[in-house]
Design a protein around this ligand. Structure first.
Ligand code: UD1
Ligand code: UDP
Length: 326
């Protein structure tokens, strides 16, 4: 069977790492990188350290508005899919790369397989929620990580025959990375961090970075934390901090670093007293590593982590963040 797998953004490289290895043992895989993420720290580092096969194609779409970026991917991937004529197009998660590939699959004879199907935050103002819903509704094979994912799909009329509860491929990835980090990562020493005595922060969600009030409230709460806070800054957030002149203010209080590779990130998360994040994947990884999580969003698609008491939703409410950060 010929499978064309599509990745484009940081979390998709992590998800593709275990899947691609297993897939290539039995099937022909052609890996396509849309180019949605392209900086060394957002893309290359993952291919190198996770030993992901070099993509056969890079569509080089880069950054643009939602519509332009998605449209460019549909156009470029559409041509490629016609040429490659795969049996299956395999997509991951909820980014614009996911949706664009799903649209292409729906217009060809290829079956569409979606890893991380069935997740819902029920907040349709997030581009990721739209990407998830639309992708699931044109998928032929839906790989749901959780029972809740299966139930969400059933409620939308997507039946059992197409839905498989597979567990979470990010669990496979993190098990490997945790061992590797214990052997090789020096990231704690590099930033003078003591095990269990710092807070890790990540912020990149458009709803937080592009709303100045929310961004300021989150930064104020992080700066007011009585532990050291290490903050690997996503490029979107980095740009916003410069635009609104916040970088200098927070640099006095927070340890600002560039985004790190996956192994170092897992080490940072494993060693943290807690994590404050608006990431999807990081909430779940915190749960896997027993690190308490404070989620800087009003809702989550990973409801199990909240139900289990490991994750608290605080939005961008400065007082609520302060209450939970300890
Ligand atoms: C995207 C996904 C989001 C995911 C995140 C993972 C969508 C709608 N959003 O958000 O779901 O959680 O990736 O990190 O698909 N930039 C760089 N270098 C890069 C990539 C981006 O400098 O390699 C900067 C550009 O200024 C760009 C901005 O970051 O405009 C945002 O990038 P984009 O891919 O549009 O969205 P993300 O915020 O990364
Ligand atoms: N991650 C990383 N380096 C960082 C920040 C995150 O390797 O500096 C990893 C993290 O472990 C997780 C993935 O990137 O596997 C999550 O990506 P992100 O938060 O950008 O996207 P989301 O999960 O919110 O879509």
């Amino acid at each position: 069977m010929k499978v064309v797998s599509v990745v484009g953004a940081r979390p998709q490289f992590v998800k593709a790492f275990p899947v691609s290895r297993a897939l290539r043992e039995r099937h022909e895989e052609v890996l396509v990188h849309t180019g949605q993420h392209y900086s060394e720290t957002m893309s290359d580092v993952f291919f190198e350290e996770l030993d992901i096969p070099a993509p056969e194609y890079n569509l080089g779409v880069g950054s643009a508005t939602q519509g332009r970026q998605t449209g460019a991917m549909v156009s470029r991937f559409g041509e490629l899919a016609e040429r490659e004529s795969p049996d299956v197009i395999l997509v991951y998660g909820d980014t614009n790369s996911t949706l664009a590939s799903a649209i292409v699959a729906a217009k060809t004879d290829a079956q569409l397989a979606h890893v991380e199907a069935g997740l819902r935050s029920y907040n349709r103002s997030m581009p990721e929620e739209i990407n998830r819903v639309l992708t699931d509704h044109v998928s032929d094979l839906l790989f749901a990580p959780t029972q809740r994912g299966v139930e969400n799909l059933r409620k939308e009329g997507i039946g059992d025959g197409m839905v498989h509860q597979t567990g979470d491929v990010m669990y496979d990835a993190i098990r490997w990375a945790r061992c590797r980090a214990a052997d090789r990562s020096t990231v704690l020493d590099e930033h003078d961090l003591a095990e269990g005595e710092y807070v890790l922060a990540t912020v990149h969600r458009a709803g937080n970075t592009d709303d100045l009030q929310r961004l300021e409230a989150i930064m104020a709460a992080l700066c007011d934390t009585d532990r050291k806070v290490v903050f690997p800054i996503h490029p979107r957030t980095s740009e916003r901090l410069d635009e609104c002149d916040l970088r200098e203010t927070i640099a006095e209080q927070l340890t600002l670093i560039d985004p790190v590779g996956y192994v170092d990130f897992v080490r940072l998360l494993d060693g943290a007293e807690r994590v404050a994040t608006d990431s999807g994947g990081v909430q779940k990884e915190a749960f896997f590593l027993d690190t308490p999580c404070v989620t800087l969003r009003d809702e989550t698609e990973w409801v199990e982590t909240v139900d289990a008491g490991w994750n608290v939703l605080v939005g961008a409410d400065e007082a609520a963040i302060a209450r939970e950060r300890k």
